[in-house]
Design a protein around this ligand. Structure first.
Ligand code: ADP
Length: 613
């Protein structure tokens, strides 16, 4: 059948509706038309490659399998050509004149669901071939099928209801789409603009893309290759390219899965935690691809918040390419992806912790804070995350850490709690009065140095049925220890505590004998058990202008300490000086507890005490 004269066709009603919206309502993200046409070209080449295996006619034509993009800024055109399977006349009518195909159908469906009223939503859709009409005054599709003896045709339309098809001579196999651009879209006829778009969306398309004769997609989609084939340097180069990074990746996870979803993923942990360096909050930046074509460079919900430090690529064939970008329509699908990838990454970290403990420790020093965030905020992954947490403890060497699981293996039979202390560093916790009671009873105490730890421990609450308990909490009850000789008698102690309460007045809620002091003379516990020292400091920082709520503490004393014995011996004889000493003991205890708000009165008092030496 030969058709030399142009023949005019009406678009199917749905296509008219679609075109109307594409032309009149899509203002945002016009540039995606390049991505859509390049991905169609890539599909056409892929189909040809498959056809070549079984059909000699498809293999006979030796044209290189490539995509060529050319721009002409004088004529204001952009042309996208491929040497793929091409279309016959019937296929041109079927594919470009009716709504038989997937992406655009999805689009129309969402319009039916009220999307038409939301221009933004529409803007975030890819609408396949028809997206060209966002920028075009006219589109011509030159195409010749791979089938032997098929003539070439040109399909043309201005998008307003009808199109024409005419036979053309000397058409190469494949399709060539020539877009005459609207005046305000003339940028898409410039090399620089199109280069930028191709690099963004189509950097990993498997077929060579030449822009005005220059090869632009030189990076391979490493994530689709088998691990054993990829060299270390290739991974590093890819990481630097994809994450726009200058460092070397610290850890890498390259995996593929078939069920429940087809996924190929290549994830990197960078060298440094930039949030820790004081940069702003890291943005989620694991990019989402569908068969090497970018869907979204920074999908918000692909991974949980606490994995925002990851870089890399997730590619899933199961994603409809055309569906959308920022607001991905198929929440359920993204949720599934997220679940699979997160689970896999956590498993990977477990493996690291077990098999490469040193490397894991270094990773943890840098990125542990994200795991803590997850453990505290993400109930779905809490259990796995808690196992990955590491702390120094009273039993570890400085700089070495323990997991909660290891802590539990060292527990005494009747220990029901996991103790921890929060402090700025090891030395501060070790020299404070809170540790000694636990130490005397051989109770291991985890050391927490980060401001968030308190919050994290409070949210995690328990591990393997053992409550996480702050050892400086007023409620902590420690078992009785055999009392060493030489303490003040019970009666004397009673007298001393009563005197202290009277002397210190409003500053203390209660004064009593401590069960947790061994060497230090006294310690302070916040009488408000719901307000830890750290929380108190945070509240203070947040409410700078408000008057402070007065601090009341419980003072616990050690009747075995030399200082208490001496204080008892002298308080009656030298009440003035004894009062100064009592106040100083309280202040010292407050300093250790991180509760001393104002040191000024203390300085004056110390001078007075020094004078009396
Ligand atoms: P989708 O790609 O989602 O199917 P499009 O509107 O982009 O929707 O394209 C419609 C159909 O036109 C495609 O399914 C394909 O069969 C055909 N087509 C588009 N571009 C090309 C091309 N460059 N070469 C061959 N066929 C093409």
């Amino acid at each position: 059948m030969s058709n030399v004269t142009p023949q005019k066709f009406e678009f199917q009603a749905e296509i008219k509706q679609l075109l109307d919206i594409v032309i009149h309502s899509l203002y945002t993200e016009k540039e995606i038309f390049v991505r859509e046409l390049v991905s169609n070209a890539s599909d056409a080449l892929e189909k040809l490659r498959h056809t070549q295996i079984t059909e000699p006619a498809a293999a006979a034509d030796p044209q290189e399998l490539a995509i060529s993009v050319t721009t002409d800024d004088k004529a204001k055109t952009i042309t996208i050509q491929d040497s793929g399977i091409g279309m016959t006349r019937a296929e041109l009518i079927e594919n470009l004149g009716t709504i038989a195909h997937s992406g655009s159908k999805q689009f129309l469906k969402s319009l039916g669901e009220g999307g038409a009223k939301n221009a933004n939503l529409i803007g975030q859709f890819g609408v396949g071939f028809y997206s060209a009409f966002m920028v075009a005054t006219g589109v011509k599709v030159y195409s010749r099928s791979w089938r032997a003896g098929e003539p070439g045709h040109v399909w043309s339309s201005d998008g307003s209801g009808s199109y024409e098809i005419e036979e053309v001579a000397d058409q190469a196999r494949g399709s060539k789409i020539v877009i005459a651009l609207k005046d305000d879209c003339a940028d898409y006829a410039t090399d620089w603009k199109v280069k930028e778009i191709l690099e963004r969306y189509s950097a990993f398309v498997s077929f060579p893309i030449n822009l005005n004769g220059k090869h632009v997609n030189t990076v391979q989609a490493l994530w689709l290759r088998s691990k054993s084939e990829v060299k270390e340097e290739e991974y590093t180069a890819f990481y630097k390219f994809q994450a726009h990074a200058f460092d070397e990746p610290r850890l890498r996870l390259h995996f593929s899965a078939d069920a429940p979803l087809a996924i190929n993923a290549l994830l990197f942990v960078p060298k440094d935690n930039t949030e820790k360096l004081g940069f702003s909050r890291t943005e989620a930046s694991v990019a989402l691809y569908c068969r090497k074509v970018l869907i979204d460079a920074k999908p918000k919900d692909l991974l949980p918040e606490w994995l925002r430090f990851l870089k890399g690529v997730v590619d899933s064939e199961d994603l409809p390419l055309n569906i959308s970008r920022e607001t991905m329509q198929d929440r359920a699908l993204i949720g599934k992806l997220s679940k699979v990838i997160t689970k896999r990454f956590l498993k990977f970290l477990e493996g690291e912790a077990k098999n490469h403990a040193d490397r894991y420790a270094e990773f943890y020093t840098e990125f542990g804070i994200f795991l803590k965030e997850g453990a505290a905020m993400d109930p779905t992954h809490k259990e796995q995350l808690v196992k990955l947490l590491r702390f120094e403890s009273s039993l570890t060497e400085p700089g070495k850490t323990t997991s909660l699981a290891d802590y539990v293996t060292r527990l005494g039979a009747d220990q029901k709690e996991i103790y921890y202390l929060v402090g700025p560093n090891r030395a501060a916790i070790e020299s404070g009065p809170y540790l000694e009671g636990c130490k005397a009873r051989n109770l291991e105490v985890l050391f927490c140095y980060e401001a968030v730890d308190e919050y994290v421990m409070g949210n995690v609450r328990e591990f393997e049925g053992k409550a996480l308990t702050a050892a400086d909490h007023a409620d902590v009850k420690l078992t009785d220890l055999p009392q060493p000789e030489g303490a003040l008698s019970e009666a004397d102690t009673k007298q001393l505590t009563a005197w202290l309460k009277e002397t210190l007045g409003e500053r203390v809620a209660e004064v009593k004998v401590s069960d947790r002091l061994v060497d230090s003379p006294a310690l302070a516990l916040n009488a408000d058990k719901f307000m830890s020292p750290h929380m108190r400091r945070m509240m203070k920082a947040m409410n700078k202008d408000k008057p402070e709520s007065p601090l009341r503490v419980n003072l616990e004393i050690n009747p075995r300490s030399a200082l208490m014995k001496r204080l008892f011996a002298t308080h009656a004889a030298a009440p003035e000086k004894a009062k100064l000493v009592a106040e100083q003991i309280l202040d010292n205890a407050l300093i250790s507890a991180g509760l001393l708000d104002d040191a000024t009165p203390m300085v004056a008092r110390l001078y007075k005490l020094l004078e009396s030496v």
